[in-house]
Design a binder for this molecule. Sequence first.
Ligand code: PGA
Length: 259
Amino acid sequence: MAEVVIVPSAADAGALVADEIVRLIAARPDAVLGLATGSTPLPVYGALRPRLEGVDVSRVRGFALDEYVGIDPRHPESYRSVITKEVVEPLGLDPDRIHTPNGDLATIAHAGDDYERAIADAGGIDLQILGIGTSGHIGFNEPGSSFASRTRVKTLIEQTRRDNARFFDSVDDVPMHCITQGLGTILSARHLFLLAFGEGKAAAVAGAVEGPVTSSLPGSAIQLHPHVTVVVDEAAASRLEHADYYRYAFANKPAWQGL
Ligand code: PGA
């Protein structure tokens, strides 16, 4: 099962995951990071900034989870722009080594295959950061997504478009389609970190960690992965049946074990 770490705040979660990323880069200077967008990963990126000062990150590589289809990559809410602003620039990464799926309509028919090939050519993703949507999606794999899916075009459900409307002028401006790493792509990463904060995520977290493995709650795919660390605040953990056990296990974790 996933290891569940319940922390007091999103800042604590950011520090925990950032420390792990720093360890990874120290061991492997050309590490391949799986990068998430949205609000959830921001504490990780914020915590990485001071930790990476003076560290050579020139060879670090990265792959974003998803992108909107048909959006101008220069649009401030394209995930290319978001990753540039939140990750590449503040952390001083090489923009040529950080990839997002290509949502350009002219090449969309093969953009998924192209992205899969690029990930494979990089040797796969070492550490994948994940948020979870209120629908239970990871990446933009909405309910019903195949556990075997690879990067492809999906239609966003209305709930996700409403959730993301805060980044746009109105819900009508949120693109209808996206290109996202599939659940199979995500499950191929070597270590998954799923983060969630706040009461609004509590049901999705409980379903993903403790519910049945079902494509109706795509986040439950993490139960099929051998190395998952779920990092949640108290509110997001509030519906976990075995929360006391997770706290006990983490408090008594052997020091040699690491995350
Ligand atoms: P959020 O989105 O981090 O903005 O809450 C998570 C997601 O939709 O995966």
